[in-house]
Design a protein around this ligand. Sequence first.
Ligand code: XIL
Length: 555
Amino acid sequence: MVRKALAAATTVLLGLTGLVVLATPAAADPLRIHAAARGVYIGDAVDNNEITDTTYRPLIGQEYNALTPGNAMKWDTTEPTRGQFNYARGDEIVNLAKANNQIVRGHTLVWHNQTPSWVQNLSAADTLTALQNHISNVVTHYRGQLYAWDVVNEPLNEDGTLRNSFWFQKLGSSYIAEAFRAARAADPNVKLYINDYNTDGMGAKSDGMFSLVQSLLAQGVPIDGVGFQAHLATQFGFPNQMQQNLQRFAALGLDVAITELDVRMQLPADATKLATQATYYRDVVNACLAVARCVGITTWGYTDKYSWVPSTFPGEGAALLVDENFQVKPAYTAVHDALAAGTTPDTTPPTTPGTPTAANVTATGATLSWTASTDSGGSGLSGYNIYREQGTTDPLLGQSTSNSTTLTGLTPSTQYQVFVRARDGSGNLSTPSATVTFTTSEGPAVGPCRVAYTATSWGGGGGFTAGVTITNTGTTTVTSWTLAFTFPSGQRVSQGWNANWSQAQGSANVTATNMSYNGTLAPNASTQAGFNGTFTGTNTAPSAFTLNGMNCAVA
Ligand code: XIL
């Protein structure tokens, strides 16, 4: 109804101005509002290269209230070399989700694809150790930040038997239970899923999944949900009895979710195929909505511009809700209308929060509290976003579910102007509160040292060379030194010179101690050391250094 009202308003506008209005989705009536009103989430799968697309980026936040990283949390990205973990790409997507008030499904911990060869070449005993260590590290890193994890992905053959993957060959069926146990040990709250494709309807493969899940439950394995990928194709028909299939898993006491929905077709697309595609999308949404334990639907991308389909299934494509130019397809309207059917979306934001007051202001933290907002739109108050006012951009400092928060990680001796906005269950944000202004106190005294750090990335990316120049700015001679700093974006030291460099596995903290020949630094003397390292994504320089435990000026 809202959509019809908007369409009518657009027609009036067109009549008045004669302007051509692009058929992009109406911001006031996005999918996420309707999904929230129906008690489900609507998710998008995104990759790091896509979220820098200035047309796409705002649509991700506008339309969706959940995200899945398409690749950023897979093993080949998170642990390409044994014991060296890279979270920069996954963190980037989690941070986008936070800014957009979206939940995140982690994808995926154990899979036979996109797993480095070092894992595939281990002995059986070492395979189990590597699996447990990987899950422990990755799940711990994201603890408290994700809604769910796809713990085991695609374990089944088409006939419903267990896939003869390297996991199965080394560990037998036990790898599945081991993976879930390791994930639960690392995060007691995140929902743990098993996930597969061609299990969407009743059939041999979904029967196999049903037996597998029953046996996991019988063994007391900590599993919370079953993911149905729903990579569909118009030429193969709609899955058989999808709603009944979801329902039988839900009846085991588990959540179910549509995790990777897309509906491809043989190219070229035409009006008939696009209309068929729209009915598939509609019927998947309706199957989920009809099952109380179906928690949400994730489309495997939003725009055909970034779909995985054309490069994976030659001659097929056009699988998503909007085309390469972000123009709405019948599929978008079908999903929208299925979610919107019979509901009044909550478009009323909560009331404006009171002006925050700041207490316990330290060099790096402060406690803020404010008078709570109320929400009358139907979806209920869900929390507050806390922003710093800073010229044209207002970065998000944190989120809170109550009307107070403790800020950490602030910069010493710095003035902060902070305001809060309340948000409701549909993602509506209130108007901003008035700002509170406070200034953090001075940080610890700067010691008699100065450090200059430079890093140069190598041509193809991934590798870099860094140099540090350490200067004694004090009045007494230093006879030995230990330099310490923390990498901000997952970098690793590989090999260094002019110091003994050390970085523990899984840690971002680096120390360098002097060699026999460069430990003595007279007042004003400098020495240089360096290392080669690796990075993924960004290669942000460390922001702070200590020498013999004292903070140094950074040149
Ligand atoms: C796909 C990604 O979208 C592609 O970018 C990548 O090249 C291959 O993997 N089932 C899954 C997803 O569980 O992880 C896959 O994602 C699609 C099929």
